[in-house]
Write a protein that binds this ligand. Structure first.
Ligand SMILES: *Cc1c(COP(=O)(O)O)cnc(C)c1O
Length: 390
């Protein structure tokens, strides 16, 4: 299928499919660990070099997983992708596959807790990690050194929805030849041009919007063919990061409807955020798509929309808990990107491990609620929040 003239939504429906001899319409689920060979010679040959439709073992690759990889690479605008068992396997793999003792990495400090853990593991093996306020280009400039090997950040941070200037950071990193690795979960492939803006490697937890219904864990590393197949794949296939073919099949089908879902959820998120502005009981609304977001211009330039996540501050832990316990449509959980709307209290759950000082530094106040806007009617979500605040 020609790739260039088609819109992302079209590519997300068709691209990457590998039809078997039966000409099936839907993507086939190849639920198999291994592959049999016609002859000993063929087996030998395949271990020397596998062709594009030749597989050896599902830890190395599988036709269904490959369909998901090809489809997400097509959407993200990268040459290739490797699918992993979870988003964290992708983050870990993208960093571990090249890092050596003595390497220097610069990272934004506002990160998903498990991402911080991976950077601590790297530090244990002699990698030097410097942390910066990701929204401040001057701090990136000061921290990036001639020997910096890579920079890492979440393009939209969790849970305070700060947006990092991919183009600005990439310029500084590329000036010293450092690799730009972006965790793009909150931006989603729908609102991402991360590679065009300078990212070398884009990582997703497909557990979130790509599955979109809270069923399976998965992740993916998108990048150049050279990075994905020559740098990342050897590490990933030998350390067991592979996605289950079943989960890849769920993700592949998730991509078909991703654009529609994420755009609908984003439209609701904006309407929800607007409704919360000036709402009694809400002291602060953070949404990248609101003009009062500190990086509104950057958001418009980089993403074109605010995404599916909203944060609101209710002033105290007591007020936040009381509202959560009264909510009937929003479910209390710590996932995001689900069709079902979710409310999370980061200070006591996802970011509980951080000290109160570190939490305060990251803007994780006791009254902060993180809301993942789902596919319900937005009026029901607004009404649920209002009755919970009453
Ligand atoms: C959820 C998440 C991850 C980890 O993904 P899993 O699939 O849970 O392993 C990494 N980064 C961000 C920003 C996330 O939201």
């Amino acid at each position: 299928m020609t790739e260039k003239p088609l819109h992302p939504r079209t590519r997300a429906v068709h691209h990457g499919i590998r039809r078997s001899q039966y000409g099936e319409m839907a993507e086939a689920l190849f639920m198999t660990q291994g592959f049999s060979y016609d002859s000993a010679e063929q087996a030998e040959q395949r271990f020397i070099k596998s062709g594009p439709d030749e597989f050896i073992y599902a830890r190395y690759g599988n036709p269904t997983s490959r369909m998901f990889e090809d489809r997400i690479a097509s959407l993200e605008g990268t040459e290739d992708a490797f699918a992993t068992a979870s988003g964290m396997a992708a983050v870990n793999g993208a960093l571990m596959c090249f890092a050596k003792p003595g390497d220097h990495i610069v990272s934004a400090k506002a990160l998903f807790g498990s991402c911080l853990y991976v950077l601590d593991v790297l530090a244990r093996f002699g990698v030097e990690v410097s942390y910066v306020d990701g929204t401040d280009l001057a701090q990136w400039q000061a921290a990036i050194r001639p020997d910096t090997k890579a920079v890492f950040f979440e393009s939209v941070s969790n849970p305070t929805l700060e947006v990092i200037d991919i183009e600005g950071v990439a310029k500084l990193a590329h000036a010293v030849g450092a690799l730009v690795i972006v965790d793009n979960v909150f931006a989603t492939p729908v609102f991402s041009s991360a590679v065009a803006q300078g990212a070398d490697v884009v990582v997703y937890s497909s557990t979130k919007h790509i599955d979109g219904a809270g069923r399976c864990l998965g992740g993916v590393i998108c990048g150049t063919r050279q990075f994905v197949r020559e740098v990342a794949e050897p590490y990933l296939k030998h350390t067991g990061a592979a996605i289950s073919p079943f989960n890849a099949w769920i993700m592949l089908n998730g991509l078909t409807t991703l654009d529609l879902r994420v755009r609908a959820q984003t439209e609701s998120a904006l309407a929800f955020a607007q409704a919360m502005q000036g709402q009694a009981g809400v002291s602060k609304v953070i949404y990248p798509g609101l003009p009062d977001h500190p990086q509104y211009d950057l958001v418009q330039r980089q993403m074109g929309a605010g995404g599916t996540m909203v944060a609101i501050d209710l002033g105290s832990k007591e007020a936040a808990f009381a509202a959560m316990n009264r909510m009937q449509v929003f479910l209390i959980s710590n996932n995001l990107g689900d069709a079902k709307s979710i409310v999370t209290h980061p200070a006591t759950t996802t970011h509980q491990r951080l000290s109160p000082e570190v939490q305060a530094g990251l803007g994780i106040t006791p009254g902060l609620l993180r809301l993942s806007i789902g596919l319900e009617h937005v009026d029901d979500l607004i009404a649920d929040m209002r009755q919970a605040l009453a």
